[in-house]
Design a protein around this ligand. Structure first.
Ligand code: SF4
Length: 319
């Protein structure tokens, strides 16, 4: 097993809710609670869960766009600060966003988009044209793109340019936040194949945030399932998707048709995702869990690996 690239321990983040003329703080949105996660070199870890469960906040915190309130991160064994980081560390973790139209500056040509960060970091080893051409070749595009603007491309081509821009600083980890969700299915497949090729070529690791279980099954080595800011199950992708342990994962997966696999009885979850400003006591999933017991309402289940399982799970059924 390769060395841990990124270790996240007890990561906790909340955002204040402000109201009134004086922006008084009237409460907090609990975005992440005691999140533990390890990403190894060359590994793809998928992060799945409902909208609003904290996936994007975790991705943004890892990249340094958000500062955690508690917990620690380590990069190749050394402390990784939240928020602003030294440039050498900043370069190591890059991000690809869901909407390339919004994340690419519309006033810059592809040449500028791909070489701007290298110039800022003083890392241009060749001419800007040569560097940009090499990056375009990596993502299957040619020199005709060099002097064009983002609006002149299709959604799939724009996402390829986003991938090239993320590659420019030679990162070891790329956080892909719903990177293919906005694309047509055929284009999704092309971008996923491209990400797989680049992973092999440059030994990249990905944190792949997605709500699409079939995409996760295709691309990931391991998967972590999030519910209301906590990771409730984590393990090898085939194990978690074929034999989910946590009742929430079971419900998520029962809703997904898989080609060639007989569909399980669909489990409909009761109620809505509770408000992150008032998360339930005990197991946060208990108001919706079909197997909730008395202990679930009072005691938070530990996150650990049951003896007979390959995955870690946070549920009293395995205590
Ligand atoms: Fe359901 Fe209890 Fe397990 Fe939570 S701890 S998932 S409520 S059985």
């Amino acid at each position: 097993m390769s060395e841990p690239l990124l270790e996240v321990n007890g990561l906790t983040t909340w955002f204040p809710i402000r109201r009134g003329v004086w922006s008084r703080t009237v409460g907090h949105i609990q975005a992440l609670t005691e999140v533990d996660l390890v990403i190894r070199e060359g590994e793809t870890v998928a992060l799945v869960g409902e909208s609003g469960c904290g996936k994007t906040t975790l991705g943004r915190t890892i990249v340094g766009l958000e500062c955690p309130r508690a917990g620690a991160m380590r990069w190749r064994g050394q402390p990784l600060p939240g928020g602003i980081r030294p440039p050498a560390l900043q370069r190591q973790i890059q991000m690809i966003f869901q909407d390339p139209a919004a994340s690419l500056n519309p006033r810059l040509t592809v040449l500028d988009l791909l070489t701007e960060a290298l110039a800022v970091h003083g890392l241009l080893e060749r001419s800007r044209e040569e560097t940009a051409l090499q990056l375009l070749a990596d993502v299957g595009m040619d020199s005709s793109a060099l002097h064009r603007y983002p609006f002149e491309f299709s959604g799939g081509q724009r996402q390829r340019i986003s991938v090239a821009r993320a590659l420019a600083l030679k990162p070891a980890l790329i956080v892909c936040d719903e990177a293919v969700s906005a694309l047509d299915v055929s284009v999704q497949a092309q971008v996923l194949n491209l990400l797989m090729e680049l992973k092999e070529k440059y030994r990249l690791a990905y944190l792949f945030i997605s709500h699409d279980i079939n995409v996760v099954r295709f691309i990931a080595d391991r998967v972590a399932v999030m519910y209301l800011g906590r990771i409730v199950e984590e393990g090898p992708v085939e194990t978690v998707l074929t034999a989910p342990a946590h009742p929430y994962t079971q419900a998520l997966i029962s809703a997904v048709p898989v080609p060639g696999v007989e569909r399980r009885a669909r489990q409909i979850l009761r109620g809505e995702l509770p408000s992150p400003s008032r998360p339930p006591e005990g197991c946060a999933f208990h108001p919706r869990c079909p197997r909730a017991m008395d202990a679930c309402r009072l005691v938070r289940p530990p996150f650990r690996r049951p003896l007979d399982r390959e995955q870690k799970v946070s549920c009293h059924l395995y205590s």
